[in-house]
Design a protein around this ligand. Structure first.
Ligand SMILES: [Zn+2]
Length: 262
């Protein structure tokens, strides 16, 4: 175990550097989060665009089917009308024969009913086509406006990301520079701890007062809230070695003791 005694001045310098490095790390983390958020927003828009595009395809397909049906029904209607016209032409000729007039009348009535039915069907198909057209146009408009919005957003995000990534790189370089100014074993362990503890690797200790008379004060690690052993507190107070919490291993310090040192 390392236990080399360091000067109070070095101790202060190390603690201040660790706090600085932690702030730099947090800033970089925040910026990285912002980059991810912007990307997520773009991804959401892109998914929405894909959904609209698939709706447009479905409407197109449905419209094609309806137009085909319309063609068939129109043909049926034309045939029925033609048949009726042919019958009507022969009406006066058939009227002379009492027997055939009865079956003629039945056929005409049936044909007229059929024509009216087919016409009704055709109207319904046309209504459906109009409805699909309306939906298609509406969806297309939504697609186009979102598409424009997406392109603008993409440009902004690309530019901003570039800046933000540069900023993160700068901060990382600054962090390395700062860490290089303190003993390597502390720098290494602190850097690992920052990653492991989500950016909180050095914390002030918290004065809990003296609930019991026989000891001065109790102090807790503000990272994990355990009450620190007396020996640990003494070491922090003395300031000749950096101290880690025995429970969460975060580096611990006391702001006003630090200011008093040296
Ligand atoms: Zn702790």
């Amino acid at each position: 175990m390392r236990s080399q005694v360091i000067s109070k001045e070095d101790f202060k310098k190390i603690i201040h550097t660790l706090i600085e490095v932690q702030d730099i790390y947090s800033n970089a983390l925040e910026i990285e989060k912002k980059i991810l958020e912007q990307r997520k927003n773009l991804d959401d828009m892109s998914r929405q665009l894909a959904r609209l595009s698939s709706m447009l395809k479905k409407y197109e397909q449905r419209k094609k089917e309806l137009l085909k049906t319309k063609e068939l029904v129109s043909e049926n209607l034309a045939n029925a009308k033609k048949r009726l016209a042919e019958l009507m032409e022969r009406e006066s000729e058939i009227a002379r024969n009492q027997r055939s007039i009865e079956s003629f009348n039945i056929e005409v009535t049936t044909l007229r009913a059929s024509i009216s039915e087919i016409s009704e069907e055709l109207r319904s198909i046309e209504e459906q086509i109009n409805d699909i057209n309306d939906r298609y146009e509406e969806t297309k408009k939504a697609y186009e406006s979102l598409s424009i919005e997406y392109q603008a957003e993409e440009k902004v995000v690309e530019e901003q990301s570039k800046e933000l990534i540069e900023k993160v790189e700068e901060l990382k370089a600054l962090k390395e520079k700062k860490l290089s100014q303190i003993p390597a074993h502390i720098a290494q362990s602190f850097d690992n701890l920052l990653t492991k503890k989500g950016g909180l690797a050095i914390v002030p200790i918290e004065d809990l007062g003296n609930p019991k008379k026989y000891k001065d004060h109790y102090y807790a690690c503000s990272g994990c809230n355990i009450i620190l052993p007396y020996m640990v507190v003494e070491k922090i107070k003395f300031g000749n070695d950096v101290v880690q919490c025995p429970s969460c291993f975060r580096y611990v310090y006391h702001p006003s003791w630090l200011d008093r040192l040296g």
